[in-house]
Design a protein around this ligand. Sequence first.
Ligand code: PLP
Ligand code: ZN
Length: 412
Amino acid sequence: MSVFSYLTDLRCSRCDTRYPADVVQGVCSCGSPLLAQYDLTRLAAESSRAAFGMRAASLWRYHELLPVSREENIVSLGEGMTPLLALPRLGERLGVPALMMKDEGTIPTGSFKARGAAVGVSKAAELGVRGIAMPTNGNAGAAWALYAARAGLRALIAMPEKAPAICRGEVAAAGAELYLVRGHIGDCGRIINAAVARREGYQEVSTLKEPYRLEGKKTMGLEIVEQLGWTMPDVIVYPTGGGVGIIGIYKALGELVELGWMTGPLPRLVAVQASGCAPIVSAFQAGARESSPWPDPHTAAFGINVPKALGDFLILEAIYRTNGCALAVTDAELLAAQREIASTEGTLICPEGAATVAAIRILRERGEISDGELVVALNTGAGIKYPETLEATAPLLEPDGQIPGPAKVNSR
Ligand SMILES: *Cc1c(COP(=O)(O)O)cnc(C)c1O
Ligand SMILES: [Zn+2]
């Protein structure tokens, strides 16, 4: 019988200590994230990448490289295999004709947090966890609360009072136990951590404090190269908060190379942040291996409002090792980009995703993206989850009013 998952154990990302994967694990005793390890030698001998292509269009087509050990333990809402869209009109404007967008706006729960939640919740349930607990800026809480409901697990969620109202509503609708905190995500984290210590059967699933959310998010990297006919793009541009996506994509592509199923070089990985919260950018500019906490973080792109990421050293490693970079864009730039993408390409994306397009414009102007390079922008969520960023002004007509003619043909 074939093996469903080639997971072997967990390895500390900082000190290399190994941990068994058949019981619930958090972080290493040194405080750093644990990374799932797979028997890639055996997988390479027993299968090939062509096997993936014959399966259903969901992230579970990569089950050998995911941690869930039995198919019947999968908790799914149909996540994954989101479109990789060509953006020819916008690409023309930016001088990047081969511009593409991996569009996570179509995924269950409206953001790519669904990938981490699907895999994280599935594995937690498989290991006998009865409730998950997390601090969140919004989208992760919504995704984990909904997947927990799907799995029949309890969910305990704390989010800043100022987090988007829609995420609060999603968590409440999912029947989770929700607390609002007069503070930021770090304060929520302390409150959750203390609560979990007093509750039996609950696991804390904060960003990178359990190993499997990363495995779910790494499937974006697998999908991008499969959708490109098993070739690497030149550049992948990612809106970075806690960095799970960029670390995951780097891990996934590394695993494919190690399997001998792809050859390098890896794409240059670019971390985009908002200028109101750019700890990774400032570390990159200093050539540092870790970031310092960003004071007074703020941006309309709420999902990347993370002042200090636990995995900052892993984000920076992914950037340095792939010859990538980190850069910040202003809220004005990213909100303008959000409108530009909608009006040129018809995709209404989230402000975080729009930040990547603003960044691509800057990189092209600086010559850091060359002629003809294939650039993939990662849109991490649906624009309709951010109604407050979508102002509309329109003339108000009386019931017997008239629209001034003659019709103007929209020229671009
Ligand atoms: C969480 C989030 C991000 C940042 O993801 P990380 O993996 O934490 O870097 C980006 N965009 C959206 C919409 C998010 O919800
Ligand atoms: Zn360690």
